[in-house]
Ligand binder design. Structure first.
Ligand code: ADP
Ligand code: MG
Length: 278
């Protein structure tokens, strides 16, 4: 490089920093070299650089959205065994993972099933796929989010806190059933559901389809109103399968050559103890 070129290059770097074009800045020198060598028209050189900038921005945006989503690690659609939940249609789940048909109109997903059946895994995997498709998602244990909203309410900032959640195309509330009694006595969860109704989507997982929901809201009328809003535009997926971990443990024992008939009640109890953690 001549001195003039070096000075030009330094100027370009400075200008690109000032313009906040990190993708340009990262790739322009290499692209320029190729462009000079192959005699590209100026428009081509610019277009290639602009594409780099676009790709770089999109990558960084997805990285940010992934960090803010707080998804549990390692739960992907690729590692979800659809064969073990025959009532769940893989095609339907993959369609939902694009987000196109439902997020725009604030529709919901309700995932029901006994503990260990894969509700958290499937909802986190859906969340991950949606983030990768450019959507913004927040995964939260219901009781944690309710607690945060209760704090906001005490500080007279509930409305603002709920409005802040509008940035997420999808709010995943995992384990509705674990909202405690004192959390149910404030109506923050209802406020949240009412505020998002027909605007912003929610995915809610619960062990029980509606039966226990009376415990989650302050009174029956509010329970009904909440359920009404949630199901109005909702895909309901029931995962009535035995605990995945428990079945996996049984499989391992079978593979080890012990027929299932020889499993004692104690061993089965040990299996169910192992599944209480997630
Ligand atoms: P739930 O939320 O319904 O209680 P989880 O999603 O926590 O169940 O599932 C329990 C464990 O079993 C998790 O480690 C999860 O990754 C695994 N698991 C459950 N169902 C499946 C499945 N169909 N394919 C792969 N792993 C599964
Ligand atoms: Mg769970």
């Amino acid at each position: 490089m001549t001195t003039t070129n070096t000075m030009e290059a330094a100027r370009v770097e400075l200008l690109l920093s000032e313009l906040r074009l990190p993708g340009f800045k990262l790739s322009w020198a290499k692209v320029a070299e190729q462009s000079d060598k192959e005699g590209w028209p100026a428009a081509r050189f610019l277009a290639v650089l602009a594409e780099h900038e676009m790709a770089d921005r999109s990558r960084r945006r997805i990285e940010r959205h992934l960090a803010e989503a707080r998804l549990p690690a390692g739960k992907t659609l690729a590692t979800f065994d659809f064969d073990s939940v025959p009532m769940v249609s893989k095609a339907q789940v993959l369609a939902l993972a694009s987000g196109d048909a439902w997020l725009g109109k604030g529709a919901n997903i309700l995932l029901f099933g006994p503990p260990g059946g894969g509700k958290s895994h499937l909802s986190a995997a859906l969340g991950l796929a949606l983030v990768e498709n450019g959507r913004r998602v927040l995964f939260a244990r219901t009781s944690d989010l309710v607690q945060r909203l209760q704090v906001a309410r005490r500080e007279l900032a509930l409305e603002a806190a709920i409005a802040k959640l509008d940035r997420y195309d999808l709010l995943i509330l995992d384990d509705l059933a674990y909202v405690t009694k004192d959390q149910a006595e404030t109506s923050v969860l209802f406020e949240l559901i009412a505020a998002r109704y027909e605007r912003r989507s929610m995915l809610i997982t619960a062990n029980q389809p509606f039966g226990e929901w009376g415990k989650v809201f302050p009174d029956p009328a509010m329970t009904l109103a909440a359920v009404d809003r949630l199901v109005h535009h909702a895909t309901i997926i029931e995962m009535n399968v035995e605990s995945y971990r428990r079945r996996a443990a049984l499989e391992r024992k079978r593979a080890a050559g012990r027929p299932p008939s020889r499993l004692t009640a104690k061993q089965l109890a040990a299996d169910s103890d192992n599944q209480t953690s997630a």
